[in-house]
Every structure is written in structure tokens, then in C-alpha cells.
Design a binder for this molecule. Structure first.
Ligand code: WT7
Length: 650
């Protein structure tokens, strides 16, 4: 961004107050903000008491060597004990931890007592394979219960896991194994995707062949497809099944490394984000309790993320299990065997809290309202969103067509680096605004500043920063403290800069505006891609939109938009439709934001976690050859989009 702060063009007036019954029985009320503001560290100390500590901490926060934080210093605990054993000891062993649903329709019910036995056996197997406290274990698995069991077994014995998303290539897996020096890889023959077995083991073999640290590969049988074996392979059913289901968990230091999770970012080598034990578990447990108003006795929680992303770590595994929740774990895609699969699962397990991503919401929106309308979704009471800014129209659609206009939507902002939710409405407190993440949670300090590091006034936009350390913050980039300092702590003095642009509205509520790298400079105005995309999605015929700035001789940059129409909409081709959309944006945001060019496309380029890759669209818009597509989920998408060129301009 230049000297100027980010323009605030979108004005949204809709408000959704919390349902009165929810407000009356909410886990967290407005007082939490005051309590935390009065004594932030005291507030977090109280939240740490949600956990069972083997040894209590001496100091809540050690911030004497910023940005290297230590939380709950001197404390000791075992994460697996907190997530599993203590619930069994409290007499809740028969409670369901996971309703697991395989893509082909097979299912497993896993109680806390089952989970305890499985985690103990897996822990004993890891020890037999020579894994000891402090070792790194790479986990490359589909969404099957063994993925959760593997993570917990590592946590239990003090091995640091590095889960690699099952959609990544052998090259990506190899670099992650090498960076962490992993001693063991846990994988499977494959998993089910779109109705077919999809192999994982050959990808692991290719990666492991080029590494030196891996001693064994532990293989779960999921699909039963034939796999080649190497001298390093051990079948899960051969080694885990014969272990004792007893294992005594040892406490680990509060700052013991729990996991590494790699973020690809847009450039360079992936960064191994390091999370540790006590602070991380405290904040994921607290936020899961507060943001989703979890009632462990009655709720059925479903987070649709893959376990390979931080959302899966924090809100499938650690947060829900620390809180003794019942969750759904689903292996496959939302359109297998048909586009009603998610709604069928909600109906089947009577899901009460549903947490997904804007990209998924816009996709189901594109498929049509009639699909969710065919299912009983009346069990739902809270809806969540994460991963990208949620466009107001997608929010309102989600509220209405999935939430039956009764469920609050919580738009949760956070990152792999933050470990847990940071900015979000509280469902029993906040009157939600569609598209706004609203306020930092109690105990969190965030602000929007300009490039002189001054807070922007209400109505202004700028850089989103975090002003104070938080318990689940990343501790460093694995093996690279220097890069940690440079990447997150060097742009502004003493502040963590997240890379995102945001605005404060007239009430001081926060709206995320996307990555600052994506901001467009149009005739001297910094305009966020998010606002233009949201204006396009607010047109009734538009399901999805992506916007980028392209070099323009007159305005410096000009707005180029890529639009996907809703399936049921008519008249979504040709120059008339393009004109209709350009005029619509101009009306909603003002003439400054009118796109120079709009292309109607069938797909948008997305990363494997569903984020739009605007960099590639910029290449198209500027008539360049397309850059690096290796992080695209589907590399053929760009060919389709380029083939559409040239399109309507005027
Ligand atoms: C980036 C972090 C956090 C888990 C999933 C993604 C974007 C995330 C929101 C939101 C607007 C959001 C940001 C952030 N983002 N949540 N509610 N509103 N943007 O984790 O892959 O580390 O990505 O996702 O740009 O920096 P991640």
C-alpha cells in the first residue's frame, strides 16, 4: 500500500442480533471483554484452568525477549491426557468423540474410551518404532480416525508432529520431511475422494526415497488397494493392534513443541510454523468454548476443514477434544455421491454447530438453494466461517439457506500463525454484521494502523496488527528464528503484522479486506479486492468473483474481475451481462471501483485450502504467461480461463 490508507467503500446496514435464548444461556457474555481488559494475563490464567496441569505454572507470560514468548512458564501437562484420558476418568468414556463418516458411506463411532485405547496403543507402537520425545513425525493421511489418533499419540509421547495435507505432491512432502528431519512418516494406502480410491503410499515412497532421516513408514490400510512395500514399511494393523492399550502419559513442559505446520505462502520455501503445548491448548479450548458456545453434553460439532490445515488441528482435534465435545469427521468431498452430501451428514448426526469456509459456502450457493432445502437442517444452532473474507451476500445466504435464519454466523479471523481464533463475534453477545469479523476476542489486542503506525480512525482502513502476545501464538519458524523476526515482526515496531488489510467501520468494528499484497491502486486510491468481489457477489446472478489489478496506462491499475454465475441464473453471458455487472459495482461502491473488464468463467484458480490465487489472474489480466501454478488445487483451471481471453471491454 502507498501513503494512503485503504478505501472504505462498502457500507452494510444489515444487523443480526443474537437469538434471545442463545444470549440467555451463552457460555460467554459481554463481561468477558471488561474482565480481560482489566487484567489480560489474569484472564488467560483463568482460561488455562480449563486444562488439567500436572504441575502448575509459575508465570503466565514471559515476554522479556520479544517476540519469543513463553506462556505458563514452569507448567507441565500432557495434551493427550487433557484431550482424552481426563474425560474417561470423569466417567464420560462412553461419550462419542467422533462420528466418523467415510466417503463411500461406511462409518465408525468412536467414544472417548475407544480413543483412549487407540491412542495408547499407537503411543506404544511409536515407542517400539524408536520414536522418542523430541523427535518429529510426519503425518500424511486422509480424513480417517487414525489421523487424529496419530496426532494424539505423538502429543502423548512428546514427539512433534508435522501433518502434511494429503493433497500435496511428493515434492512438497519431501521438503517438509527434510525441513523437520522427520524420523517416521505415518500414511495409508490411500483414501476415498470423489467416489474412487486415491492412492497416497506411492507419493510417500517417492518422497522418502529422497530423504535420509526417515527410519520407518507406518501404513494404515484404508482402501485395500495393492501397494508396493519397501524395507521401511510397517502396517498399522500389524504393529498397533498388538500393543497394550495401557500407556501412562508423562507431563511435558508448557513450551514443549507440540507441532509444526507448514504454510506455503505466496513465495519461497514453506515456513514451518511452530506451536507449543500449554498456551496453544488453552487458547484453542477457550475459543472453541466461547466462539461456538459449545455445550459438550448436547452439541454435535462439525468443522469441515481437512486435518492437514490449522483449522483441522485446532477445531477438529485439539479444541473440541480438550472440551470433551462430540464431533463429526468426514473423509470426502461435499459432492459425493451427490451435492447434498454435507446436508445429509448434518441431518444424519443432528449437527448443531457447523464450521466451514467461504469458498465452500459460495460453491454450494452456486449449486442452488433447492439442494439444502431437501434436508432437515433444523438441528443447527450456530454457523461459522473461516479462511477468507466472507462476502456479505454469501453470509446472508448461509444464514438463510443453511441456518434457517435462526443461527448466528460467526466470521472468525485467524491464521496458521495465530493457532486459534483471534477476531470473531461472540454468538450470544454480538449483533453480527454480514461480512465483518467484528472485534478481537476477550484477551486479544488487535488494531488497524496506517504506515506511520498510527491507529486509523473509525471509517478508515489500513494494516491489521496484533498489539500483544497471545497464548497460542507461533513461537518461531522451525529452525529459522531470523525469518520469524523478519516475516512477522519487522514491518512495525513491536507489533505482529499479519499481512492482512482491514477497516474499522463507523462503530469501530473490524472488516477484513484480504492480503495487502492484493490491494489495487486505482487513480491514487487503495481499493481492496474483497470489497469489489463482495459487490459483485451481491448481484443476484453471481455466485463467486475474484478481482485483481492490472496495469493501466491511464489509472495506474485497473480492476479486472472474473465471475462465476449461479447455476440457476439466466442471461449470464455476453456483453449485456457484463455491462449489468459493471453498472452494479459502480452503484454499490462508486464509479472508482467499476471494473475495466469482466470475464465470465466456470472456475477460479484456488489453492488446495480454497483461497483464490489472484496472482495468476493478474497474469491473465496483463496478458502475461501464467506464473507458477504448483500450489493450485487444479492446474487445468488456468488453461480454461486463458482460453476465454479476450473478453468484453469497453
Ligand atoms: C489467512 C490465514 C485460520 C485458518 C484458516 C486459514 C485469511 C482467515 C479469515 C476471515 C478474512 C480470513 C487471512 C489470513 N483469513 N480467516 N474470517 N476473514 N480473512 O489459515 O491458511 O494460515 O490463512 O486467511 O488472509 O491471514 P491460513
Amino acid at each position: 500500500m502507498s501513503q494512503e490508507t485503504l478505501s472504505n467503500l462498502l457500507h452494510e446496514t444489515r444487523r443480526f442480533a443474537p437469538p434471545p435464548e442463545l444470549a440467555a444461556s451463552a457460555n460467554v457474555t459481554a463481561e468477558a471483554y471488561e474482565e480481560a481488559a482489566a487484567d489480560r494475563l489474569g484472564f488467560w490464567a483463568k482460561q488455562a484452568d480449563r486444562l488439567t496441569w500436572a504441575k502448575r505454572w509459575d508465570t503466565v507470560l514471559d515476554w522479556t525477549n520479544p517476540p519469543f514468548a513463553k506462556w505458563f512458564v514452569g507448567g507441565e501437562l500432557n495434551v493427550a491426557y487433557n484431550c482424552v484420558d481426563r474425560h474417561v476418568e470423569a466417567g464420560r468414556g462412553g461419550k462419542v468423540a467422533f462420528h466418523w463418516e467415510g466417503e463411500p458411506g461406511d462409518s465408525r463411532t468412536i467414544t472417548y474410551a475407544d480413543l483412549q485405547r487407540e491412542v495408547n496403543k499407537a503411543s506404544n507402537a511409536l515407542l517400539e518404532l524408536g520414536v522418542v520425545k523430541g523427535d518429529r513425525v510426519a503425518i500424511y493421511l486422509p480424513m480417517i480416525p487414525e489421523a487424529v489418533v496419530s496426532m494424539l499419540a505423538c502429543a502423548r509421547i512428546g514427539a512433534t508432529h508435522s501433518v502434511v495435507f494429503g493433497g500435496f505432491s511428493s515434492e512438497a512432502l519431501k521438503t517438509r520431511i527434510q525441513d523437520a528431519d522427520a524420523k517416521l512418516v505415518i500414511t495409508s494406502d490411500g483414501g476415498y475422494r470423489r467416489g474412487k480410491p486415491s492412492a497416497l503410499k506411492p507419493i510417500v515412497d517417492e518422497a522418502v526415497a529422497e530423504t535420509t532421516s526417515v527410519e520407518h513408514v507406518l501404513v494404515v490400510r484404508r482402501t485395500g488397494e495393492e501397494v508396493a512395500t519397501t524395507g521401511k514399511d510397517v502396517w498399522w494393523h500389524d504393529i498397533v493392534d498388538r500393543q497394550s492399550d495401557q500407556h501412562e502419559a508423562q507431563p511435558h513442559d508448557s513450551e514443549h513443541p507440540l507441532y509444526i505446520l507448514y504454510t506455503s505462502g505466496t513465495t519461497g520455501r514453506p515456513k514451518g510454523i511452530l506451536h507449543t503445548t500449554g498456551g496453544y491448548l488453552t487458547q484453542v479450548a477457550y475459543t472453541h468454548h466461547a466462539v461456538f458456545d459449545l455445550k459438550p453434553e448436547t452439541d454435535v460439532f462439525w468443522c469441515t476443514a481437512d486435518i492437514g490445515w490449522v483449522t483441522g488441528h485446532s477445531y477438529i482435534v485439539y479444541g473440541p477434544l480438550a472440551n470433551g465435545a462430540t464431533s463429526v469427521l468426514y473423509e470426502g468431498t461435499p459432492d459425493t455421491p451427490d451435492r447434498g452430501r454435507w446436508w445429509d451428514i448434518i441431518q444424519k448426526y443432528k449437527v448443531t454447530i457447523f464450521y466451514t469456509a467461504p469458498t465452500a459456502i459460495r460453491t454450494v450457493m452456486k449449486w442452488g438453494d433447492d439442494i439444502p432445502a431437501g434436508y432437515d437442517l433444523s438441528s443447527l444452532r450456530i454457523l461459522g466461517s473461516v479462511g477468507e473474507p466472507i462476502n456479505p451476500e454469501a453470509y446472508v445466504w448461509y444464514r438463510e439457506h443453511i441456518g434457517g435464519n435462526r443461527c448466528p454466523v460467526v466470521d472468525t479471523w485467524w491464521q496458521t500463525e495465530t493457532g486459534a481464533i483471534m477476531i470473531s463475534p461472540l454468538p450470544g453477545v454480538t449483533s453480527g454484521k454480514p461480512g465483518a469479523a467484528m472485534r478481537p476476542l476477550p484477551g486479544i489486542a488487535a488494531d488497524v494502523i496506517d504506515d506511520q503506525q498510527q491507529p486509523v480512525p473509525n471509517g478508515g482502513g489500513g494494516f491489521l496488527v496484533l498489539n500483544e502476545p497471545w497464548p497460542s501464538m507461533l513461537r518461531t519458524i522451525w529452525g529459522d528464528d531470523k525469518r520469524f523476526l523478519e516475516t512477522y515482526w519487522s514491518r512495525f515496531d513491536g507489533l505482529y503484522f499479519a499481512g492482512d488489510g482491514a477497516k474499522k467501520d463507523e462503530d469501530g468494528d473490524l472488516w477484513l479486506l484480504g492480503r495487502v499484497d492484493d490491494v489495487m491502486l486505482i487513480s491514487g486510491h487503495n481499493i481492496s479486492t474483497t470489497e469489489v468481489e463482495s459487490a459483485l457477489v451481491s448481484h443476484p446472478k453471481v455466485a463467486e468473483a475474484a478481482v485483481t489489478g492490472a496495469t493501466d496506462p491511464i489509472t495506474g491499475q485497473a480492476i479486472v474481475a472474473f465471475v462465476i454465475a449461479r447455476a440457476a441464473a439466466e442471461g449470464t453471458e455476453g456483453a449485456d451481462f457484463v455491462k449489468e455487472l459493471r453498472d452494479h459495482v459502480s452503484k454499490v461502491l462508486g464509479p472508482i471501483a467499476k471494473p475495466r473488464q469482466i470475464m465470465i468463467v466456470a472456475e477460479l484458480p484456488k489453492t488446495r485450502s480454497g483461497k483464490i490465487m489472484r496472482r495468476l489472474l493478474k497474469d491473465v489480466a496483463e496478458n502475461r504467461s501464467i506464473g507458477d501454478v504448483t500450489t493450485l488445487a487444479d492446474s487445468t483451471v488456468m488453461d480454461l480461463i486463458s482460453a476465454k481471453l479476450p473478453s468484453a471491454t469497453d
